[in-house]
Design a protein around this ligand. Structure first.
Ligand SMILES: NC(=O)c1ccc[n+]([C@@H]2O[C@H](COP(=O)([O-])OP(=O)(O)OC[C@H]3O[C@@H](n4cnc5c(N)ncnc54)[C@H](OP(=O)(O)O)[C@@H]3O)[C@@H](O)[C@H]2O)c1
Length: 391
């Protein structure tokens, strides 16, 4: 199971969970390995069973998340395990998603021995964004800003290009893929005309794009509305056209961002990266909506401009990571009230990350289908975000 957990950290499966699977033959030797690389791609069990072939018969499957029991874009994994003749299934975490759960019972009904809760806390740490979202039924919200050394996100005239280095910007683009969707305020679209894609060779699925534009001020002709990738305008109710998501407003006239995170969860989005601008991030902070904040501080100074964060913003937040990315200072912050579980998760996931790297480098332990190494500091899957405390 430890190996299955390591494998699960591969890829960018959002909005799906990270899942890893190891198949052991009847003699206990590893005959197949797999992980869920991208949404719509093969599930970990299917990948591992393909590698194992007939050697899975009579063997054991170690899976980090309960095998699915439903027909989604791919078939039910519980059936695939049964067809392969697996006799025993070890599961780390039971699936809290009612649509996919039931795999353990289906396997047991068919006479397979099922053991749940194996290495469950370690497996939860890899997936805790997804698990949190599914359990509370609202998307995980990651806030992200790049600021100058003197605390501005842009000059007042909107000329803000490249506060941080290319290395930080790639990290931030991979965060888009990690969360599976990206949101910006309408003034950012008007000022920067961004694409908001990950555009990275490691990423198969581009994130969904959201524009917070309650009064439909952003005209046509911006890049975000072009091309084949979907983008949705978040508006005040009622919705008037296609590609709009209506969100109720609050007594002060601003949109209820908590309602937005619930609504997108029910549309299948388990995470969102809120990339600014400052007014939008400020709105999320003041409405108390945010599970983590990624703050990049570059070495340039503007002297004046649009302030990145409001005074006193960090009350209720705790810095859990700080390091240099190239010449930029990178900080990860988390809300204090939620630190209980994630902070211990953070510590042990950090330890886990070191084990993964050692394991992947070990010449005596070559997996049957070798995953790409996860050691690059720029891998932005949840795993490396949480494992880079002092790397
Ligand atoms: N350095 C960075 O990390 C970074 C990132 C992004 C952008 N930027 C820069 O930041 C500047 C734009 O930022 P900005 O702070 O001026 O604006 P912004 O956050 O991009 O957009 C603000 C607008 O979004 C809408 N909005 C935000 N929260 C809302 C809520 N709760 N309910 C309803 N509407 C909401 C409002 O639109 P209405 O006015 O229509 O109501 C608001 O005026 C640009 O110059 C851009 O280059 C920098």
């Amino acid at each position: 199971m430890a190996r299955a957990i390591e494998l699960s950290a591969q890829g960018y499966p959002a909005p799906n969970p990270h899942v890893g699977c190891v198949i052991l033959g009847p003699d206990g030797s590893t005959v197949g390995e797999g992980w869920h690389e991208y949404a719509g791609g093969p599930h970990a069990e299917v990948m591992a069973l393909r590698a194992a072939g007939d050697r899975a018969r009579g063997g054991t499957a170690c899976v980090t998340l309960e095998p699915c029991n439903h027909q989604g874009r791919t078939g039910p994994c519980s059936q695939a395990l049964l067809q392969a003749g697996v006799r025993r299934v070890l599961i780390a975490v039971r699936d809290p998603n009612p649509q996919a759960a039931g795999g353990a019972e289906a396997l047991e009904r068919a006479g397979v021995e099922v053991v749940s809760g194996v290495f469950s806390s370690e497996a939860e740490q890899i997936n805790f964004r997804w698990l949190t979202a599914v359990r509370r039924k609202s998307a995980w919200v990651a806030l992200k800003l790049a600021q100058t050394a003197d605390g501005f996100v842009a000059r007042s005239d909107g000329t803000s290009k490249w506060i941080t280095t290319e290395e930080s910007r790639r990290y931030a683009r991979l965060l888009r893929a990690t969360m599976g969707s990206v949101l910006v305020g309408r003034r950012t679209v008007e000022a920067d005309d961004p694409l908001l894609t990950a555009r990275d060779p490691d990423v198969r699925n581009e994130p969904h794009r959201w524009v917070l534009d309650p009064n439909r001020r952003v005209g046509p002709g911006f890049q975000i509305w072009g091309g084949d990738l979907p983008a949705t305008r978040i508006v005040k109710l009622p919705v008037q056209g296609e590609n709009e998501l209506g969100v109720p407003d609050r007594s002060d006239g601003t949109l209820d961002l908590g309602a937005f995170t619930v609504e997108i969860f029910h549309r299948g989005h388990t995470g969102v990266l809120v990339e600014g601008g400052a007014a939008t991030v400020s709105q999320f902070l003041s409405q108390g909506i945010g599970d983590e904040l990624h703050l990049f501080t570059g070495s340039v100074s503007f002297g004046s401009g649009i302030r990145a964060l409001p005074d006193g913003w960090s009350e209720g937040w705790q810095r859990v990571e700080e390091r240099l990315i190239s010449s930029d200072l990178y900080q990860l912050w988390r809300p204090v009230q939620e630190m209980g579980e994630p902070s211990s998760a953070l510590r042990s996931q950090y330890k886990q990350g070191r084990t993964v790297r050692k394991h992947l480098l070990s010449p005596t332990n070559q997996p049957t289908n070798q995953p790409r190494p996860v050691s690059s500091a720029l891998r932005a899957g949840p795993f490396s975000v949480w494992t880079s405390v002092s790397d």
